[in-house]
Write a new protein. Sequence first.
Length: 81
Amino acid sequence: RERIFGGHVGEYMEYLEEEDNTKYQAQFAAYLEEDIEADGLEELYESVHEKIREDPSPSEKKAFSPDKSFKRTAKLSIEER
């Protein structure tokens, strides 16, 4: 249960915040931007689980179009090397 609700992530957040604040800022920048604290992770995960239970259907995927500008060079023959 603890791992399902992000207990290990919260512990790691607290550990990094105490030991190496610069690494904490880099590792959890998205969490800090959203004002998510280590002790608030369990509530966040619970709300996410509730939303999934309400509508378990997957969201629509975006159409993927690969970058056509990249093209590999042809292999060189022994004489060309």
